[in-house]
Write a protein that binds this ligand. Structure first.
Ligand SMILES: Cc1ncc(COP(=O)(O)O)c(C=O)c1O
Length: 367
């Protein structure tokens, strides 16, 4: 599919235009509504996720906000896991609250209990797995089943997993979103988001998205399509490299803790093994160090670049308390299992022994 870099589409006559506006001809009218380059990627993502429909938007945040505004009304409530992306928390607490949507947060392990024993009724249950940055795992099927049993729509942020490692819709989750900025795009050169689900739910999401206007640019859709072509081979290498590093680093006495769902020592390893085909390219380590030492460690890395974001072919390292979780109080950090010495690694597709050497050399620097 070519890059159809246009805002509008030309018609021969009014009848042709009307047929497209009414959705009878499948033609495109205006790129904020739909575009052939974007539609091509949407169809590929639906095939990957096993959903009837997918909408691709200009960012992961546009996907989350459009989906929620399309589904949840003022006065209705959302149940969310407390381990979700910081931007999503701000969306919930700063924006949705203003429109009368209340979000209750519970620990990842408490989602099922809260849904089943709840005196509250929730319109939507939102969760993420694996979580950022400590790679906790939520039992996707159990949450989806509990949500269905109580008439709650389930929605997952599946960004860390990618559709290669997990397909939550096939386990019963109603809406699956990705920050396609990450693994789906894969080259750290676009900002994009996806939301997938049944035609029925997606009709509401699409009509909200059309009016909210977080439209994907056709050129970015082309880059996303280019990324998806190599998603499977990239994920194989991300999975391999991260597991290799996690297993090596776990044995190093200078590291207090390694968070990686592929390790048998991970508290949710059994759930991860059941629901994931690979454990992903993200891992976190806790150093035996203070914040100054942790900063020196990250600054000493040569292959791992000092940057936020994740899911690209190149390895990145960041310190959550200085980046994604900056300004969050000590108590909340402790509850999330995040320390000053936690380093988040987005493991790329480079030679794994080079990545290990890079990490060991930086550990030598801090002593
Ligand atoms: C897990 C997760 N969800 C959502 C987002 C938001 O996506 P975007 O930056 O593409 O809007 C991010 C971004 O870092 C993320 O890591």
């Amino acid at each position: 599919v070519p890059i159809v870099q246009t805002s509008t589409f030309v018609f021969e006559n009014q009848q042709q235009m009307l047929d497209s506006v009414q959705g009878k001809s499948g033609g495109h009218v205006y790129t904020r509504w739909s575009n052939p380059t974007t539609k091509n990627v949407e169809e590929k993502i639906s095939a990957l996720e096993g959903t009837e429909d997918t909408h691709v938007l200009a960012s992961g945040m546009a996907a989350i906000s459009s989906a929620i505004i399309g589904i949840v009304k003022g006065g209705e409530r959302i149940l969310s896991s407390d381990s979700i992306y910081g931007g999503t928390v701000h969306l919930f607490d700063k924006i949705l609250m203003q429109y009368g949507i209340q979000v209750d947060y519970v620990d990842t392990d408490e989602l099922v209990n809260r849904l089943t024993d709840s005196r509250d009724t929730y319109k939507l249950c939102f969760f993420e797995t694996p979580t950022n940055p400590t790679l906790k795992i939520v039992d996707i099927k159990k949450v989806a089943d509990a949500a269905h049993a109580t008439g709650t729509i389930s929605m997952i942020d599946s960004t860390f997993g990618s559709p290669i490692n997990q397909r939550p819709h096939l386990l019963g989750v109603d809406l699956v979103m990705h920050s396609a900025t990450k693994y789906l795009g894969g080259h750290s050169d676009i900002i994009a988001g996806t939301i997938s689900g049944s035609n029925e739910l997606m009709a509401n999401v699409r009509s909200a998205a059309k009016l909210l206007g977080g439209t994907m640019d056709p050129f970015a859709s082309f880059l996303l399509d280019r990324g998806i072509k190599t998603l499977s081979v990239r994920m194989d290498r991300h999975n391999f490299n991260a597991k290799y590093l996690a297993e090596k680093l776990e044995k190093d006495s200078r590291i207090r803790k390694v968070h990686y769902p592929g390790l048998t020592s991970h508290p949710h390893h059994d759930i991860a093994r059941k629901q994931m085909d690979g454990y992903g390219g993200m891992l976190s380590i806790e150093l035996e160090s203070n914040l100054a030492g942790t900063s020196k460690f990250v600054d000493s890395l040569e292959i791992f670049l000092n940057a936020v974001s994740l899911g690209g072919v190149e390895s990145l390292a960041s310190i959550p308390v200085l980046t994604t979780h900056y300004g969050i109080g000590e108590k909340a950090l402790r509850e999330m299992d995040i320390a000053e010495s936690t380093v988040r690694l987005s493991v790329g597709i480079e030679e794994p022994s080079d990545l290990l050497q890079d990490l060991l050399a930086a550990l030598d620097v801090i002593g």
